[in-house]
Design a protein around this ligand. Structure first.
Ligand code: ZN
Length: 108
């Protein structure tokens, strides 16, 4: 009796181990990562420049520049104001919210 054992060792399934031979890169075509253009904004706090000490919370148009469309307060690194004034802006926005001049941040 010949018992036929089909030993399934490593089945020769030709899977895609490597995605084909790559074409060689054309050398000397690119000029390197030098073409990145980002214009630098002046990172000067506008309140410091204009010597504004207290942020008027009634100035909605001013405060809206620091509130995103969603109602969130724009972070300092985007607004460019200094820490001191960002804090004052935040307080002013919160005050403005309390008297319904500005919307609250949308909740999920
Ligand atoms: Zn400032």
């Amino acid at each position: 009796m010949a018992e036929e054992r089909s030993q399934s060792t490593s089945s020769t399934s030709d899977g895609p181990s490597h995605s084909g031979p790559r074409p060689p890169r054309p050398a000397g075509a690119g000029g390197g990562p030098g073409g990145r253009k980002f214009f630098r904004r002046k990172k000067v706090c506008k309140f410091c420049v204009e010597k504004i000490d207290a942020i008027p919370y009634r100035d909605v148009r001013l405060l809206q520049g620091f509130v995103a469309e969603s109602g969130k307060i724009v972070p300092r690194r985007l607004t460019g104001v200094c820490t001191t004034h960002q804090r004052r802006v935040t307080r002013a926005i919160k005050q403005a919210r309390n008297i319904a001049l500005l919307p609250f941040a949308q909740r999920h």
